[in-house]
Write a protein that binds this ligand. Structure first.
Ligand code: DC
Length: 222
């Protein structure tokens, strides 16, 4: 039987970079489920469809094809109608559209099987918001990774500046706060720690310490 690690938590807690490294060390596949919501958000933006619960979004879901694949380095690639959109989904605008569109129950249902299928045949570390609560409720390990909004905004700011984007810390912080609010207040699968999860707070931890904390929780459980 394959092993599943559910890694949930708010935006910018370091889930993806920590999960990537932990997956490499453990020989697991890293699945970034946020990329799937971002891809549907991008499809809506391209089709000029408002990311709210509407017949237009339903019709869009009927038309598009979202796929997950991996390149030769084991990195996740997300395809929208066969096109690699992995880079295009990484902007602050795409984050906000993803946050809005992810509140729609039909969007969440649309992505459920795709996520579950990944865990059926592979040992995975899957990062998201509802992996331990909804997608993989039987995951052997459930971790809720969090940090203060200021620490998370500071890290995201640094990341975007390093990529050459021109952004303001205050804007990133208000985005983080708004996305936290959207993610925790939506009716379907809101962000919350699974009852049987272990919380890892990385506010005071650097990257290496965070990786170590996550790996030690995983090793304890499997
Ligand atoms: O992890 P991320 O920042 O790439 O996620 C983008 C948005 O998608 C985020 O605002 C919440 C949503 N999301 C979700 O609702 N459920 C998931 N499993 C993953 C992401």
């Amino acid at each position: 039987m394959s092993t599943a690690v559910a890694l949930d938590g708010p935006a910018g807690a370091g889930k993806s970079s920590i999960a990537k490294r932990a997956a490499k060390e453990l020989g697991f596949i890293y699945v970034d489920t946020g990329a799937l919501y971002r891809t549907i958000g991008l499809a809506a933006t391209r089709a000029k469809v408002d990311p709210v619960d509407s017949p237009e979004v339903d019709a869009l879901l009927e038309k598009i094809k979202v796929e997950l694949t991996f390149n030769e380095n084991g990195e996740q690639i997300v395809l929208l109608d066969g096109e690699d959109v992995s880079g295009e989904i990484r902007t602050p605008e795409a984050s906000m559209t993803a946050s809005k569109i992810s509140a729609i129950p039909k969007v969440r249902a649309y992505l459920l099987d795709l996520q579950r299928d990944m865990a059926k045949t592979n040992d995975v570390i899957m990062d998201g918001r509802d992996i331990g609560t909804v997608v993989l409720p039987d995951a052997q390990v459930k971790i809720f990774l969090t940090a203060s909004p200021e620490a998370r905004a500071g890290r995201r700011y640094k990341e975007l500046i390093e990529k050459g984007m021109s952004v303001k810390y205050e804007d990133i912080l208000s985005d983080v706060i708004e996305r936290d609010y959207n993610d925790t207040h939506r009716k379907t699968a809101p962000l919350k720690a699974a009852e049987d999860s272990v919380t890892v707070d990385t506010t005071e931890l650097d990257f290496e310490q965070s990786v170590e904390a996550v790996i030690s929780v995983i090793k304890e459980k499997i």
